[in-house]
Design a protein around this ligand. Structure first.
Ligand code: ATP
Ligand code: MG
Length: 594
């Protein structure tokens, strides 16, 4: 067999290979960005299945975002085209949804229960509390508690509040009852209900453990209490659990994730073996050095070793740009991209890759622009439009929050004939026809129909499964990794990804670290980790920019440089001004200086 002869571990270095060859028992892979953690995870699973006789349907791989799950699945499919389809590769919410659908009856739901969107949740909460404002409060309280682990030792369920006897918890229990009456679960339920069901029925938990004896979790540093509780129910202390992560990339503390679970893995799983990876294959030496300096003041990994081993000769310095305001910053980014790609975009709308004139063969799809808050994307998009630079944006909207997608979901309910993909297409066409000349609605619908078709294909002909897929696309993951467009991403959305060229904009005190105007300085460690995540997405070229003045909440405000910039040594950076960025067709050597 050629696959065996070639060997699935050949593409790994000795440390990665040691991790992948650890067949049974708990395993922790602790390593910095770009060290091949995700690569090791996928090769390890493929090795187990193809070379160690593990059944693919016994493999469960979990991550946090839809995009990351898709990427895991793609990489596994690349390694094992036939077997990958039989593995369960999903997000934590997807896993919860799968278990809940199978056990719906026990939770007061039917198999085709719906997932409540924000609007539905608010209607129910407002009705219960007597006003929309009170309803919002209830939902905010529920969302805050979503990551809090139900305490299974004492049998009390502190997470949901049932049984604690306070008014708040009674209201929340009422809210849950009303959801059930409508055959709905919300996002919080998707994790909490499976935890409750498995916790209450040890045989059921054991059945799921038998089903998936091989569990892997990527980005383990971002796990919250409820997800951890679910994972503990699905594994035993000496089970085959592989956890992978980097404490210095923990960026979801604000919504209940707790890096403490990562740090105490060895206590939770005493049989665990721990592997460290130190070679960074992603970024050039300058970028790695800057990232290590940037995280050092509050690193959670003492004595972190991270060295660049990629094949990058003569790496350019990191470009620093100071702009007058956010519009000037955006136009700097647009011009710099234009120069990097050989100056095609300002002259034509052709988005073809520029490979013929020595500019490293970079295309638009090799570039990403990262920012702290979604609001920063507006200035960038308009600058890109003006410059004719094609882009795609990833936002955090719920897919179902888009009017086009909502209309589509409603319309679909009436289309019972034909396979689902066909019905989606028919529904989009019908809606577009009805929208008539309202171009904005038509555009929104068409985008929705693109977004939606692959989900429909994946869901087969199961309408409820399809709608669940829709709501689980918590981020509008319209980002096509193969499209030749510049990617606009929040720092949170960029985790796990890599791009040859990265612009990190808004490096200002108050934006990164983020603070509401006028607010006190807060714990900045998580913001610094976010900065670290941003720097380490870059493979070859990195630019950091800031504006002296920025309009925030409709007010123009002065902004000082981000304190995080000060940690990066001057020997690694170089100022880049508008002039050098707009210099016509620089030579390759000049380009390196930009
Ligand atoms: P992050 O912390 O950002 O998620 P990671 O540790 O998961 O990073 P990967 O995305 O798995 O890193 O790998 C980073 C890059 O390095 C990828 O392009 C990957 O293919 C490459 N890489 C990893 N290991 C090797 C190796 N042994 N040989 C060649 N390339 C490698
Ligand atoms: Mg990774």
């Amino acid at each position: 067999q050629p696959r065996r002869a070639q060997g699935l571990l050949d593409g790994l270095d000795p440390d990665q290979r040691a991790a992948a060859e650890r067949v049974a028992g708990p395993l922790l892979i602790v390593a910095g960005p770009g060290t091949g953690k995700t690569r090791t995870l996928t090769h390890r699973i493929a090795h187990l299945v193809a070379e160690r006789g593990v059944a693919p349907q016994g493999c469960l791989a979990i991550t946090f975002t839809r995009r990351a799950a898709d990427e895991l699945r793609e990489r596994l499919t690349g390694l094992l085209p036939d077997e990958a389809a039989r593995m369960t590769v999903t997000t934590f919410h997807g896993l919860g949804s799968l278990i809940l659908r199978e056990q719906a009856g026990r939770a007061g739901l039917t198999r085709d229960f719906g997932i409540a969107d924000e609007a539905q949740r608010l209607v129910i909460a407002a009705e219960l509390c007597g006003s929309e404002a009170q309803g919002r409060k209830l939902l905010a309280q529920r969302d805050r508690g979503a990551g809090t682990a139900p305490d299974s030792d004492t049998g009390t369920d502190t997470g949901t509040g049932t049984g604690t006897g306070t008014d708040d918890s009674a209201a929340e229990a009422d809210y849950e009852r009303r959801l059930r009456e409508r055959n709905l679960a919300d996002f919080t339920d998707l994790l909490r209900l499976p935890v409750r069901l498995l916790d209450a029925d040890p045989d059921l938990a054991a059945a799921y453990r038998d089903r998936w004896p091989w569990v892997s979790v990527d980005e383990y540093q971002d796990i919250d209490g409820t997800q951890y509780a679910l994972l503990r129910l699905l594994t035993t202390a000496d089970g085959n659990l592989t956890a992978i992560g980097d404490p210095d990339q923990a960026i979801y503390g604000f919504r209940g994730a707790d890096v403490g679970f990562f740090l105490r893995f060895a206590q939770d799983f005493p049989a665990a073996r721990s592997v460290r990876l130190t070679r960074n294959y992603r970024s050039n030496a300058t970028i790695v050095a800057a990232a290590v300096q940037a995280i050092a003041p509050t690193s959670l990994v003492p004595g972190r070793a991270l060295r660049a081993v990629g094949d990058f000769s003569d790496p350019p310095r990191i470009g620093l740009h100071v702009a007058a305001d956010e519009r000037a910053e955006a136009s700097f980014v647009a011009r710099a991209i234009d120069r990097l790609l050989g100056g095609t975009s300002l002259h034509s709308l052709d988005s073809g890759r520029v490979t013929d004139d020595g500019h490293d063969g970079l295309g638009f799809g090799d570039v990403s622009v990262l920012y702290r808050t979604d609001a920063q994307s507006a200035a960038l998009m308009s600058a890109f439009d003006n410059a004719g630079i094609p882009f795609q944006k990833r936002s955090h909207d719920r897919l179902l929050a888009r009017p086009g997608v909502r209309a589509l979901a409603a319309e679909l309910a009436h289309q019972s004939q034909g396979p689902l993909t066909e019905r989606v297409r028919a529904a989009v066409a019908a809606l577009c026809e009805r929208a008539g000349t309202d171009t904005e609605t038509v555009t929104d619908l068409r985008t929705a129909g693109e977004l939606v078709a692959p989900l429909a294909a994946r869901a087969g002909d199961d309408l409820s499964g399809f709608l669940a897929e829709l709501s689980l696309g918590a981020e509008v993951d319209a980002l096509d990794p193969r499209a030749d467009r510049v990617a606009l991403l929040t720092l949170h959305a960029a985790k796990g990804l890599e791009y040859p060229v990265v612009f990190l904009v808004g490096c200002e005190d108050g934006m990164l670290p983020f603070r509401f105007p006028g607010a006190e300085r807060d714990d900045e460690a998580e913001e610094r980790r976010l900065f670290f995540v941003g720097l380490t997405r870059a493979q070859q070229r990195l630019y950091l920019s800031r504006a002296r003045e920025r309009t925030r909440y409709k007010t123009v405000r002065e902004a000082a440089a981000s304190p995080f910039l000060a940690a990066i040594g001057p020997e690694l950076t170089m100022p880049v001004d508008e002039e050098s960025a707009t210099r016509k067709r620089p030579s390759d050597r000049q380009l390196r200086l930009i």
